[in-house]
Structure formats: structure tokens, C-alpha cells
Design a binder for this molecule. Structure first.
Ligand SMILES: [Mn+2]
Length: 316
């Protein structure tokens, strides 16, 4: 149908729908694969790989779910409780999903690291949406190549430091990251943990979910600031760090987690810290209800972008 005969053309010119119009990219940011040619500071990448999941698969649809849920956030030009518009201080593009040959995990590992290296070499920062937690490994390899070992701020129900497992295993990511020297062990911290690990030998600081729920966001922030300080840090957020009542849409849920409210307060409290990148993983929309999980993920990711914008605004 040509424009002139489209009965909706006039309406489309006159009205700006509030919701559900910006579902193709995260927050309606410009879709662009021209990473080197763009002047954006941040590149959003979807990483739809879930072959390393030990439980229910489905997080390959996480990027799609998070992008769609972000349509609920677009209307608020100045996000509460910030006092500036994100677009005034940060340019972001969404470059779509990382490509790989399905059924061939090694092609994913290669492509994910190459893609991340490309973004980082172009002088940009990454916001990545999983996929299962295995995706963090190739991304961290690329980040460590550029920055050296990074302090890790990690939200999760699981430590993901198990030494067993298969070559592609979302529960062994940080075991390999430590072994390969990708993270600064002495200055890394895990938040929301509530599954077993060897407390005698575990080298990372752990704030378990019960402690977080008893002590609150301010106490968590105090520990993070003490442990990480002004070092360059990478934020890895497994959505199952949240309680299943806040994030049912995930492959390996564990009860008695932290709330979205607490997580959001902690992320917002990282204001001023030197965060080089973030991934948000394990959102599996098939198990979600009313986009509750995808919306939590989209909101936490948006908060990360505000942290970067706030540093720009202050000229840090
Ligand atoms: Mn987990």
C-alpha cells in the first residue's frame, strides 16, 4: 500500500504511541552494525547462546525479551530518580545479535570474543544481553585483553566457579575466568549467592542472599566499595540472583533471592565507580510471566547506562 492511500498515515503523523513502538532495539536506540563508524560510546549486543545451560534452556530468547520489555521504559525521558535525560549525556547503538553457527559452540566462542574485541578496539563499551552465563567467558576474555584483569561485581544465585562440568558450562564461567587471569580475584565480589560452594577455599568475597536480605542495599554497597574501590570493574548480572518472585523467567531458579528493588538500589549506588562493561544473562522468556523478568533485566541494564551517563555529565 502506498503512503497516500494508507488510512493510518495521518494518524501516525499526529500521534506518538507511548508503548510498544520501540521493540526492535533496546530502548529504541539506533540500530547499527557500523561499530567503527558510529560515534556511540556504548554498543548493545544480543548474545543468544544457551547451549551451556544445565537446566531449562531458552535464554537464547533473552535479548529479544529484554528489548521488547524495554518498550515500557522508553516513555520516561528523565528516568526517576535521576535528574537528566540519558540521551543528553550518552550515545548508545544496538548492533543486534552476535552471529554463530547453531549447534557448534566453538563457533560461538570464537565469534563472541571477536565481536567483543571489535567493539572494545573501536573504543566503545559493551552492554550485552545473554544467553546463558557461559557467554560472559568470551566477553571477559576480550575485556581482559584490553584492560587486564578486572574486578568482577557479580550478581547470581550460583557462584559459577565449579571446576567440573563440560567444556561449555554456564556453571564454570568464573572458574575459568580466574584460572585464565581474566578477573582480579582479590577485588571481586559475588552477591545474592544461595547455592553450595566450598566456603573454605573460595577466593572471591561472597555476600549471600540471606545476608543481603537482612542487611539491605546500603550494607551491600559498603562491601562493594571496600572490595572494588576505584578499580576498573565489570558487572555481570545473572537474573537468577533475583528471587523467583521477581524473576521467574530463568533456567535455574533458586528460591529466597534478593528483590529487584534491592538490586536496583545497589546498581544505582555504584555511581562514580569505573564500570567498563556489563552483561545481563539467563533471562528465559518462556518461563516468564507478564514480562516480569525481562522488565527487571531491561531496567537494571538501563540503570547501568545512567551510571555511565552520569560520569560523562560530571566529566569523570
Ligand atoms: Mn545463576
Amino acid at each position: 500500500m502506498s503512503g497516500s492511500t494508507d488510512p493510518y498515515a495521518k494518524a501516525n503523523e499526529e500521534y506518538v504511541p507511548i508503548y510498544a513502538t520501540h521493540t526492535d532495539t533496546f530502548m529504541g536506540f539506533e540500530a547499527s552494525r557500523d561499530i567503527e563508524g558510529s560515534d556511540a560510546q556504548v554498543v548493545v549486543s544480543g548474545v543468544p547462546f544457551d547451549l551451556a545451560c544445565s537446566g531449562r534452556s531458552g535464554s537464547r530468547l533473552g535479548p529479544k525479551g529484554i528489548r521488547a520489555a524495554s518498550s515500557n521504559l522508553v516513555w520516561e525521558a528523565v528516568r526517576w530518580p535521576w535528574d537528566f535525560a540519558l540521551e543528553d549525556h550518552l550515545k548508545v547503538i544496538d548492533c543486534g545479535d552476535i552471529h554463530f553457527q547453531y549447534g557448534e559452540p566453538e563457533s560461538f566462542v570464537t565469534n563472541a570474543e571477536a565481536h567483543a574485541c571489535r567493539v572494545l578496539e573501536a573504543g566503545k563499551q559493551m552492554l550485552s544481553f545473554g544467553g546463558d552465563h557461559f557467554i560472559s567467558l568470551p566477553l571477559l576474555r576480550a575485556h581482559a585483553k584490553k584492560y587486564g584483569p578486572l574486578a568482577l561485581i557479580h550478581f547470581d544465585a550460583h557462584t559459577d566457579t565449579y571446576s567440573g562440568g563440560s567444556k561449555y558450562d554456564h556453571g564454570t564461567v568464573f572458574y575459568h575466568a580466574m584460572k585464565e587471569g581474566l578477573i582480579d580475584i582479590e577485588h571481586s565480589i559475588q552477591i545474592g549467592i544461595r547455592t553450595s560452594f566450598d566456603t573454605e577455599t573460595h577466593p572471591l568475597e561472597v555476600l549471600d542472599a540471606a545476608w543481603v536480605n537482612e542487611q539491605g542495599a546500603a550494607a551491600v554497597l559498603e562491601r562493594i566499595l571496600d572490595r572494588v574501590g576505584d578499580r576498573k570493574a565489570y558487572l555481570s548480572f545473572d537474573i537468577d540472583g533475583l528471587d523467583p518472585s521477581c524473576a521467574p523467567g530463568t533456567g535455574t531458579p533458586v528460591t529466597a533471592g534478593i528483590t529487584t528493588d534491592c538490586a536496583l538500589k545497589v546498581i544505582r549506588g555504584l555511581k562514580g565507580m569505573d564500570l567498563v562493561g556489563m552483561d545481563l544473562v539467563e533471562v528465559a522468556p518462556s518461563y516468564d510471566h507478564a514480562e516480569i523478568t525481562s522488565l527487571a533485566a531491561a531496567t537494571l541494564a538501563l540503570e547501568f547506562l545512567y551510571l555511565l551517563a552520569d560520569r560523562n555529565r560530571k566529566g569523570v
